[in-house]
Design a protein around this ligand. Structure first.
Ligand code: DC
Length: 221
């Protein structure tokens, strides 16, 4: 197998993490969920009760906190935060932190370092445009807002009967708007990315489509 970098970008709830994880498993590549890094930092900021507009302190925390992936777990300063980083509070605040340019530079540098010399699948918003501009394969995953809201709703309602789909939908729309309109590294399809609209497709179908593209690229190298 050739050394290979796969970048997967797309809006909230498009299925990036699920798909990226499966592709990495199939190919025995490393998988890095960069959204989890922004979420982990947001969790740490909220946990320390730092105001979301205290940019200086947030940058200080970004520089000094240790975000690590071990097996399938995410750690901030050695605390396992798998569930905490998926909370509603983190969902509502993460885009504010992700738009701070200094924070992005710190996390992007770490992401580039992890990716160097590794076969990797990385997902996020700026992987094809900024983190891995020379990735062998770039995918832009999308799905209709209705389908993305429904997927999140089905995920959340198993643990929480108190959710309504309309508020999930408006949270997704708000987060998309912030991620697409921010000044630094907005969510954008890389010029040479392949768009896959996952509306109505199963996870298996999307994974198979991407594996076909991987095989094609390997032949072309
Ligand atoms: O993929 P996700 O929903 O877990 O990402 C959480 C937030 O982090 C998302 O709203 C935008 C931000 N993010 C980013 O700005 N750049 C990335 N590479 C990954 C995520």
């Amino acid at each position: 197998m050739c050394a290979f970098q796969i970048a997967i970008d797309g809006p909230a709830g498009a299925g990036k993490s699920t798909i990226a994880k499966k592709i990495a498993e199939k190919l025995s590549f490393i998988y890095i969920d960069t959204g989890a890094m922004y979420r982990a930092l947001t969790y740490e900021v909220l946990d320390r009760k730092i105001a979301i507009d205290n940019i200086e302190e947030i940058i200080h925390i970004a520089k000094n906190c240790n975000i690590a992936f071990k097996n399938k777990d995410v750690f901030v300063n050695n605390n396992k935060v798998n569930d905490d980083i998926r909370s509603r509070r983190v969902n509502e605040n993460v885009s504010y932190i992700a738009k701070i340019p200094e924070v992005r530079n710190i996390l992007v540098d770490r992401q580039k370092k992890i990716a160097s010399n590794n076969n990797i699948v990385m997902d996020g918003r700026d992987i094809g445009t900024k983190v891995l501009p020379n990735a062998n394969l770039k995918i832009f995953l999308t799905a209709s807002v209705e389908e993305r809201a429904l997927r999140r709703y089905n995920e959340i309602k198993c643990n929480n009967s108190n959710v309504d789909i309309e508020s999930i939908r408006s949270e997704i729309v708000k987060r998309d708007a912030m991620d697409e309109s921010r000044e630094h590294s907005p969510l954008k399809k890389a010029i040479n990315a392949v768009t896959i609209d996952t509306t109505g497709l199963t996870i298996k179908e999307v994974v198979e489509n991407i594996l076909i593209l991987v095989r094609k690229q390997c032949i072309n190298i």
